[in-house]
Design a protein around this ligand. Sequence first.
Ligand SMILES: [Zn+2]
Length: 310
Amino acid sequence: MTAIVVTLATAIVTAACTTGLTGAAAVDDRPRFADQEAGDRVVVATTFTILADMARRVGGDRVRVESVTTPGADVHQYEPSVDDLKRVEGADLVVSNGLGMDDWLLRFIDGTDARHVVTSEGVDPLPVRSGNYTGRPNPHAWMSPDEGTRYIRTIALALADLDPDGADEYLDRAETYVAELDDLASRARAAVAEVPEERRVLVTCEGAFSYLARDLGLEELYLWPVNSESQGLPRQVTALIDEVRDREIPAVFCESTVSDAAMQQVASETGSRVAGLLYVDSLSAPSGPVPTYLDLLDHDLEIITRELTS
Ligand SMILES: [Zn+2]
């Protein structure tokens, strides 16, 4: 397949002017599509690492996938650099989350020929429950294995549509992948069933676990609702301290892309403990603990159920 040529160069230059990007960002030695020989492969650009992993699993050797944001980056209200956006240049398919999380990409793909698929299409959104974004969709639907299934199938259908010769491959790989995800979810439900009922409370820094908590029958408490908001404000900390202390919650958690300082304070003032680092908005580097989406869910669920049980 010949990559559809997109005219992002102009958009990028415009962005550099209008957003004050100077292009003098840190040296970025990631390979670019434009520097690589895509051959007959479908070129896919995603907004963050979790979607990139899904696209690689479904696409296999027929696709070349790149994430605009790198491992560890906070995808909320991300400010793409010129180099980041050059990664989208030449993409056949752009994959984003939607639900307001990665809208920063939209103005760069408007008017291009790249197809665009939103993985959360069809998700019944849970609302953000507090703060400036109250009532808006909580964007973290991929943290639900049930919604993750929807993401995977949506990517497979988009690839099949774009590359009909590979349609059977994409759909087969997606179903194998979904079966692995279902198996993981079943094991997680069994593990949660072992947690005493009064302890089924998940306390995190960002309110990013609403969909996962819904799937598994956990109650969700957090310091701040979404990373786009102020993080670790005194009123957020004191409110959570009261709750953790009153309910004698033994373990609290924080996520890899944010500071855990405020949660350490909650733990030290309540006798609870920060029981582990969870991953939600980004995979780790390939050599880290969660190089894939399934690793991410497995890692988080293993730590959460183990720490709430012990
Ligand atoms: Zn988040």
